[in-house]
Design a protein around this ligand. Structure first.
Ligand SMILES: Nc1ncnc2c1ncn2[C@@H]1O[C@H](COP(=O)(O)OP(=O)(O)OP(=O)(O)O)[C@@H](O)[C@H]1O
Length: 305
C-alpha cells in the first residue's frame, strides 16, 4: 500500500479577490523526509501556498490533507495542524510579539498546555538549535534582523512540527548567516523534520533541496533538483535563470578525470580545474566530492560560494 504524503494539495484553488485567482488547481505532494525548495516570481503565490498549508487561509476549491486526513479549519482542527505543520513568515516582525525571546519561543508550547518542565526542555532545545540561547532574556524589539529571524524559527521549532515551512528564510541575512542557517536546517532535517523553504536563490536551492517546486501562472510543478534547476524555460517562467552547478556538473561528467565530481562553489570548481590543467596535480583534496549515485550530494556542510 502506498502511504499518504505528509502534506498533499489536490486541485487547490485560492483567490483573495473573486476575479483574481492566485492559485488554480494546485496539486502538490510533500513526502516525509523531503527537503523541498519553492521558487517562483514575486507575486507568484509562494506565500499564499504556505499560508494555505499552515491553515492560515482556507482553499476556495480542492483539498489539503496531512498524512491523508483533510485539514479542518475548526479551532480543534487548526490546533492539531499546528502540532504537525509550522510556518515561519518572511518578516520576523509579523511573528514576534512577546516582550522577550524566551516568552516568544515558549508561546506555542505554553498554549498547547504542556507541563512547565516540557515547555522548558523544548524551548532550551529550540534556542540552542538556532544558536540564540545567550539572548533568551533579551527584549525582542532590541534584536538585530538576523537574530529576530532566528528567534522566529526557534518559536516554530519549539512546537516540534513534522513539517517546517520557511518563507524566504535567508532573505536579508549576510553570507555567514546564510551558511549557519543552512547548517541548522540540515541538522533539523537529519533529526527527522521535513523542511520546505522558498527562495529566489537557485544556487542555494540546488545545494540544499532534494526537489524543487516551481510556482508560476497559478500552478505548481515539482521537479527533481538537478533537472529543474537546469531547465531554462521552466525557470524563465519563474523569472529565474538556471543554477550554474547542474550545468557545470553535466559538463564535468564529459571529462574523464573529473566525471562524478560535484563542486558546489566557485572556489571548488577553480581548484578542480587547476589540478587537472596541464602540469597540475590530480583532482584530489579539492573539497568538491564525487556523486556516488545516491542522489544525496547536497549536504549541510556547504562551502561558502
Ligand atoms: N492579503 C492579500 N490581499 C489581497 N491580495 C493579496 C494578499 N496577499 C497577497 N496578495 C496577492 O496575491 C498574489 C500572490 O502573493 P504572494 O505573497 O503569495 O506571492 P509570493 O510568490 O510569495 O511573492 P514574493 O516572492 O514577492 O514574496 C500577489 O498578486 C499579491 O498581491
Amino acid at each position: 500500500m502506498v502511504s499518504a504524503p505528509l502534506l498533499e494539495f489536490v486541485g487547490v484553488g485560492f483567490a483573495y479577490q473573486p476575479k483574481h485567482p492566485v492559485l488554480t488547481g494546485v496539486t502538490l505532494r510533500i513526502e516525509a523526509g523531503q527537503r523541498l525548495a519553492v521558487v517562483g516570481p514575486n507575486g507568484g503565490g509562494k506565500t499564499t501556498l504556505f499560508r494555505l498549508a499552515a491553515g492560515a487561509l482556507r482553499p476556495a476549491s480542492g483539498q489539503i490533507a496531512v498524512t491523508g486526513s483533510p485539514v479542518r479549519h475548526s479551532r480543534a482542527g487548526l490546533r492539531a495542524l499546528r502540532q504537525q505543520v509550522q510556518l515561519v513568515l518572511q518578516d520576523p516582525d509579523d511573528q514576534l510579539f512577546s516582550a522577550n525571546v524566551w516568552q516568544d519561543v515558549s508561546f506555542g508550547p505554553v498554549n498547547l498546555g504542556l507541563p512547565a518542565e516540557q515547555v522548558r526542555r523544548r524551548c532550551d532545545a529550540a534556542l540552542a538549535a538556532l544558536g540564540v540561547s545567550a539572548i533568551a532574556d533579551r527584549p525582542t524589539h532590541l534584536l538585530s534582523y538576523g537574530q529576530r529571524k532566528r528567534v522566529a524559527i526557534a518559536g516554530a521549532v519549539a512546537m516540534r512540527p513534522r513539517l517546517l515551512i520557511l518563507d524566504e528564510p535567508t532573505a536579508g541575512l549576510d553570507p555567514a548567516g546564510v551558511e549557519t542557517l543552512l547548517q541548522t536546517l540540515h541538522d533539523l532535517h537529519a533529526a527527522g523534520t521535513t523542511v520546505v523553504l522558498s527562495t529566489h536563490d537557485v544556487d542555494l536551492a540546488f545545494r540544499w533541496a532534494d526537489a524543487v517546486a516551481v510556482v508560476s501562472g497559478g500552478g505548481v510543478r515539482t521537479v527533481p533538483t538537478a533537472d529543474g534547476l537546469a531547465d531554462g524555460p521552466l525557470l524563465a517562467a519563474a523569472h529565474l535563470a538556471p543554477a550554474w552547478a547542474p550545468l557545470v556538473h553535466r559538463l564535468l561528467d564529459r571529462i574523464p578525470d573529473l566525471a562524478g565530481t560535484r563542486p558546489h562553489a566557485a572556489a571548488e570548481l577553480a581548484a578542480l580545474l587547476d589540478n587537472t590543467a596541464p602540469g597540475g596535480r590530480p583532482p584530489q583534496g579539492t573539497g568538491a566530492h564525487r556523486d556516488h549515485g545516491n542522489g544525496d550530494d547536497a549536504c549541510g556542510a556547504v562551502a561558502a560560494p
